[in-house]
Ligand binder design. Structure first.
Ligand code: G6P
Length: 365
């Protein structure tokens, strides 16, 4: 097993550090100068008639679906929803042959996701699967498959699979936007170019691992934490919070930053650790106001922002990510959150790769 870990103490850390390679592999052959190539989608004959998109998945894959929803609306301008597979399948969803259902599953074997997919197909909806396992049940039954080429993921807590699911969602949104001519060729080129730069930028983010490890040493002493952000930053906050809970057992809440004052702001007390993601430029000032609200209540705030941000006066600690277009920020912002969860779990002595009560793939309901 030590050999399989390639010198890393845990599979999870190895897989976090494999992310640049996994992303390169997932993008490979799918980007060219003119835009996105997704021959896989040829199987969906009525792509031009699609008027609604549902992303359906469980756990971390559902969080990738939340990003997918934003991306689809932004790049393809089609109304999109993300839903939890075990909810979707039981609520008689309003879908038909013009609804594109995108199921996301690392293993391709999750029982709830499979059942949701069958429910969608029984209503005539075309299904695209985003999965990491060639030949998995989901891949065999879907109408079209976009494989994530993350390689085998061993740690129960998903990292590189999530990151490549995001990449697949960008490719899908961009492809549909391009095919339906919602985007100009300049817009397609600029997103394509930004996608190409991401693997190298990921390597830069991984260079902050030591800073995050020190921070995690402090977090490990706490029993509660918060993650806040707006828009795509909120979607990533949910994943950061889940990761921390799954492996360190620290209780965490992810809140849409503007919603905190409508809910649990009273739980922000002296010294409580908060990670604030603030990469979405159109709502940056609003997020900064929310950061000030939690700072005023004594929170210890770590901001995850682009390098050119001037947030440092308003927070206790800053983790920067290289500049990219805000739409693509999730690929970079999730990495410090994965590392934070990992190092906090290690500091607390958890069995990081096999957290209690969790299975890698849940093939029963
Ligand atoms: C399990 C795992 C989660 C995972 C979820 C969906 O509950 O513990 O980490 O996100 O299943 O798995 P899938 O293979 O469908 O992506």
């Amino acid at each position: 097993e030590a050999a399989e870990k390639g010198g890393y103490p845990h599979f999870m850390l190895k897989e976090i550090f494999e992310q640049p390679r996994a992303l390169r592999a997932t993008l490979k052959g799918r980007l060219d100068n003119g835009g996105v190539l997704l021959d896989e989608l040829k199987q969906i004959k009525n792509l031009n008639d699609i008027n609604k998109v549902y992303f359906v998945a469980c756990g971390t894959a559902y969080h990738a679906g939340l990003v997918g929803k934003y991306v689809m609306e932004n790049l393809a301008r089609i109304p999109a929803e993300a839903d939890i597979a075990s909810e979707f399948r039981y609520r008689d969803p309003l879908i038909d042959e013009n609804t594109l259902v995108v199921v996301i599953s690392q293993s391709g074997e999750t029982a709830d996701t499979l059942a949701a997919m069958r429910e969608a197909q029984s209503k005539g909806a075309p299904v695209v699967a985003i999965t990491n396992v060639v030949g998995s049940s989901v891949s065999r039954e879907a109408d079209a498959v976009i494989y994530t080429w993350a390689g085998p993921e061993v740690a129960v807590a998903s990292t590189k699979a999530y990151l490549t699911q995001l990449a697949a969602a960008y490719l899908l949104g961009l492809f549909i936007g391009q095919e339906r001519k919602v985007l100009t060729s300049d817009q397609v080129t600029s997103v394509t170019q930004a996608l190409r730069e991401l693997p190298e930028q990921l390597e830069q983010v991984l260079g902050h691992a030591e800073t995050v490890e020190k921070l995690a040493g402090e977090w490990a002493k706490r029993e509660d934490a918060f993650f806040i952000g707006r828009g795509l930053d909120y979607a990533v906050s949910l994943e950061g919070s889940l990761k921390l809970k799954e492996i360190s057992y620290i209780h965490a809440e992810a809140y849409a930053a503007g919603e905190l004052k409508h809910g649990t702001l009273a739980l922000i007390t002296e010294g409580i650790p908060v990670v604030a993601l603030a990469t979405q430029s159109s709502i940056y000032d609003k997020t900064v106001s929310n950061i000030k609200e939690v700072k005023a209540r004594g929170a210890h705030v770590t901001a995850v922002v682009f390098e050119d941000s001037n947030i440092s006066q308003s927070v206790d600690q800053v983790i920067t990510i290289p500049n990219t277009i805000p739409l693509l920020a999730p690929i970079l912002t999730v990495v410090p959150l994965q590392l934070l969860a990992y190092y906090a779990a290690v500091a607390r002595g958890s069995d990081v790769d096999k957290p209690r009560n969790l299975a890698k793939s849940v093939t029963v309901e």
